[in-house]
Write a protein that binds this ligand. Structure first.
Ligand SMILES: Cc1ncc(COP(=O)(O)O)c(C=O)c1O
Length: 382
């Protein structure tokens, strides 16, 4: 079976996990901190907070920068979790149409910000691994005073990651660049966001004596903190990740560059093979800064004389499983029930009608890729 994405696990990963399973800490132990430090260093940020999944990272991230009633610009071309995190806060998503690479269009964001100075934030998504322009985001942040959350679930390993935002969120789901099974993280340079995120991850509880507020309960007569003492200071969650997941994350992170390089090779090969083909073209021409979580081909189904359903069926018959990323969020029944309409973002709608995600993952061999390409071109030519 050749899926659009899958994990790449080797014997080092398995040993790393097994070591932790035989040790003292399955959760809240040293591997969590080690993973966070490795992530922060690799991504060039001051702080990382490791979490149970990418949706938890979005939820916590949203809680640190927006509040109920805030208007937030976001993209319809993402997994539903991005916009859902705005709703979790009882804030209001405003869907902005996309640009030619299906990323949120920053010019349209600026138009919206000029017209409505009550917009508080932008939740941008580094779709496919191509980061939303960090200078453009930085400009909007400065000029209009908005907060920026960067959903970087697709862009670990890309050069521009976490450069123009207040915080970036990652996912370590198996199809992503590195995996911990389920997992996620917040990356930030902002100490306040970092501390708040850590507090929210663990029920709003702190064990840091420098932050205790109930002095009489917290400290004994000798002025030292009582050893049993902990304090709940805000309403938080259990969004912890385990130590064995973090051991896998550390082992995977060491291979990130290799993984991303292989993804880039695969993307460059697809680009080359689709060159001068009038039925199929890459979503964007080869971009060295993209970490290619997805490789998206745009297909002229009308000209090809085949519809997407038939294309999928024919490829599935050859054990090839492409995908569609994504059905516009404002097309989902739940969002429609809130009054949203996909026709308000016509470029996103047009993009959705033409896109397919082709297999791209480190273990996809040249031979398998060639098999995918010839199967695809065979269907389009038939
Ligand atoms: C763009 C985007 N945001 C958020 C998520 C949610 O991440 P997770 O599945 O780890 O909760 C995903 C994962 O599929 C994603 O692709």
């Amino acid at each position: 079976m050749i899926a659009y994405g899958r994990q790449s696990i080797d014997s080092e990963d398995i040993v790393a996990v097994a070591d932790v399973l035989g040790g003292d800490y399955l959760t809240t132990g040293p591997k969590v901190v080690e993973f966070e430090n490795a992530l922060a260093q690799k991504c060039g940020v001051k702080y990382a907070v490791a979490l149970s999944n990418g949706t938890a990272a979005l939820h916590i991230g949203a809680k640190t920068i927006i509040k109920a009633g805030d208007k937030v610009l976001t993209t319809p071309i993402s997994f539903v979790a991005t916009a859902n995190s705005i709703l979790y806060q009882n804030a209001k998503p405003i869907f902005v149409d996309v640009d030619d690479s299906a990323n949120i269009d920053l010019n349209l964001c600026e138009d919206a910000l000029k017209k409505d100075n009550s917009i508080k934030a932008i939740f941008a998504v580094d779709f496919t691994g191509k980061c939303v322009d960090p200078d453009g985001l930085g400009f909007l942040k400065e000029r209009y005073g908005v907060r920026i959350l960067e959903d970087a679930a697709h862009s670990l390993g890309s050069t521009n990651l976490a450069k123009g935002s207040d915080l970036a969120t990652l996912s370590f789901h198996p199809v992503k660049h590195i995996t911990t099974g389920e997992g996620g993280a917040i990356l930030t340079n902002d100490e306040e966001i970092y501390k708040h995120s850590k507090l929210l991850r663990g029920h709003g509880i702190t064990r840091d004596s420098s932050e205790f507020v109930l002095g009489d309960e917290a400290f004994g007569g000798d002025g030292k903190p009582n050893p049993w003492y902990y304090e709940m200071q805000t309403l938080g969650f259990n969004y912890r990740i385990t130590d064995f997941q973090c051991a896998l994350g550390i082992s995977q992170l060491a291979k990130l560059d290799k993984f991303v390089n292989r993804r880039k090779e695969i993307a460059a090969t697809y680009d080359e093979k689709f060159k001068n083909n009038d039925l199929i073209s890459p979503l964007y021409r080869f971009d060295f800064d993209s970490s290619y979580h997805l490789y998206i081909a745009m297909i002229d189904f009308e000209k090809a004389g085949v519809d997407r359903k038939e294309l999928f069926a024919r490829l599935n018959g050859k054990k090839i499983y492409p995908q569609v990323h994504y059905i516009p969020i404002n097309m989902q029944p739940y969002y429609k029930s809130l009054g949203y309409d996909p026709n308000d973002t016509p470029k996103a709608l047009k993009y959705y009608r033409q896109c397919i995600s082709l297999p791209i993952y480190p273990d996809l061999t040249d031979d398998l890729q060639e098999y995918v390409i010839s199967a695809l071109l065979g269907v389009l030519r038939a």
